[in-house]
Design a protein around this ligand. Structure first.
Ligand code: AMP
Length: 404
């Protein structure tokens, strides 16, 4: 079975084409600058050179058509015909309380995703454009949706409710949802495999530290708490997002600086985090370089970032009353030995016996960065959200075929 995985944004779209027999990637690529005359389409067919084209692409239906054209192109394509694609799986950021697992797309599912636009105004409308664009190009092909929030639907009320008037939850569904769920779920399963123990027995803190960052307390394979909240702004300090702050700062800043709500929102989402403190950038590589060159603002930004992450890990160990392993994943988590070392040194009280050499080693594979007898293991596990989407889509199609 061949599954096309789509991650549609408002002006960009990423794709990966999987052969599910061996879970191999046949091709991947992206369309950037959708809506412009000079949109860029890139395809990386496995085993062949990358191909890039600049052309007018004004909306998502044309973007998908172009992707399909490239997939079946006589020279750089990987399939003979679009009809070889059996199913399409989409990433959808917000599934609210309606979706605790991946589902096949139906009219009712589309209506529900639309109802959730309010909760994810930057993401869900773009995902719907992707779903409609696939429908327009491949009307017969079944589609599935995989939600970033679904894995966290196991959180109990004690962690998902905010201590504010209950009417706000009842009327507007204001609560913690959490994000990066496909990644937290994937690395939890991989961690259990790596440790050779059943996931049901493990207490894990999974740290998805990329441009956006979140950590999750995974107890017995279930998310019981996670740092992102109703939106992806809460929790850890991130590249450009503040993470946790005193909510009273919002009205105070609006009054003192004469800012509108949307300006403060933009400040907290786009001009805060590493960028705001370092005054250099939001990329951990830039921060690390500047630190090495003696930049004090960069050093402060790094220390705050690490300190806040370490506090979350400690609080989740308390939330689960124990900890077997910490998992680092995503851009920073997989690549920044500096951050991992700082976090682990500060958590030695948990019984972490850190392995500096294993930490410094660059490897694309899962690995431990603690010594064999360490009471708490620390693992680096590359995430693979696209593979989870492909697997879930495949599973839903197999199930449907069984039922029919
Ligand atoms: P992601 O959102 O998972 O794609 O992560 C992107 C982020 O990973 C970038 O903004 C960088 O901050 C970070 N990153 C990527 N490579 C490295 C590296 N070699 N060292 C430190 N940080 C990195």
């Amino acid at each position: 079975m061949i599954v096309l995985v789509i991650n549609a944004g408002s002006s960009s779209l990423k794709f990966q084409l999987y052969q599910m027999k061996d879970e191999s990637v046949l091709a991947k690529g992206r369309v950037e600058r959708i809506g412009m005359e000079s949109a860029i389409v890139t395809i990386e067919p496995t085993g062949k050179p990358e191909v890039r084209e600049v052309r007018e692409i004004l909306e998502h239906t044309t973007a998908i058509r172009k992707v399909l054209d490239m997939i079946v192109h006589p020279e750089h394509g990987v399939l003979k015909s679009v009809s070889e694609i059996d199913a399409v799986g989409h990433r959808v950021v917000h599934g609210g309380e309606s979706f605790s697992s991946s589902v096949l797309v139906t009219e009712e599912v589309k209506r529900e995703i639309k109802r959730l636009f309010d909760l994810a105004p930057l993401h869900n409308p773009a995902h719907m454009l992707g779903i409609h664009a696939v429908e327009a190009n491949m009307p017969e092909v079944p589609q599935a949706v995989v939600f970033d929030t679904a894995f966290h639907q196991t959180m109990p009320p004690v962690s998902y409710l905010y201590p504010i008037p209950m009417v706000l939850y009842k009327k507007h569904k204001i609560r913690r949802y959490g994000f990066h769920g496909t990644s937290h779920a994937y690395v939890s399963e991989q961690a259990a495999k790596f440790l050779g123990r059943p996931l049901e027995e493990l207490k894990l803190v999974t740290c998805h530290i990329g441009n956006g960052a979140s950590c999750t307390a995974v107890d017995g394979g279930k998310s019981i708490d996670t740092s992102m909240g109703m939106t992806p702004l809460e929790g850890l300090m991130m590249g450009t997002r503040s993470g946790d702050i005193d909510p009273a700062i919002v009205p105070f800043t609006m009054a003192k600086e004469d800012l509108t709500l949307s300006e403060v929102n933009s400040m907290l989402n786009k001009h805060s985090g590493l960028l705001a403190i370092s005054n250099i950038g939001s990329d951990m590589r830039e921060i690390a370089e500047a630190m090495e060159a003696g930049d004090r603002n960069a050093a402060l930004a790094f220390e705050m970032y690490e300190y806040r992450l370490r506090k979350y890990i400690g609080s989740y160990a308390a939330a689960m009353n124990g900890l077997d392993a910490i998992v680092f994943t995503a851009g920073v988590g997989e690549n920044s030995a500096l951050l991992r070392a700082a976090v682990c040194r500060g958590l030695s009280f948990l019984g972490i016996e850190f392995d500096e050499e294993a930490n410094a080693r660059r490897s694309p594979d899962d690995r431990a960065i603690t010594k064999p007898g360490s009471r708490v293991q620390v693992l680096v596990i590359p995430t693979n959200e696209e593979l989870v989407i492909a697997r879930d889509t495949y599973g839903l199609i197999l199930n449907r075929n069984d039922v029919e």
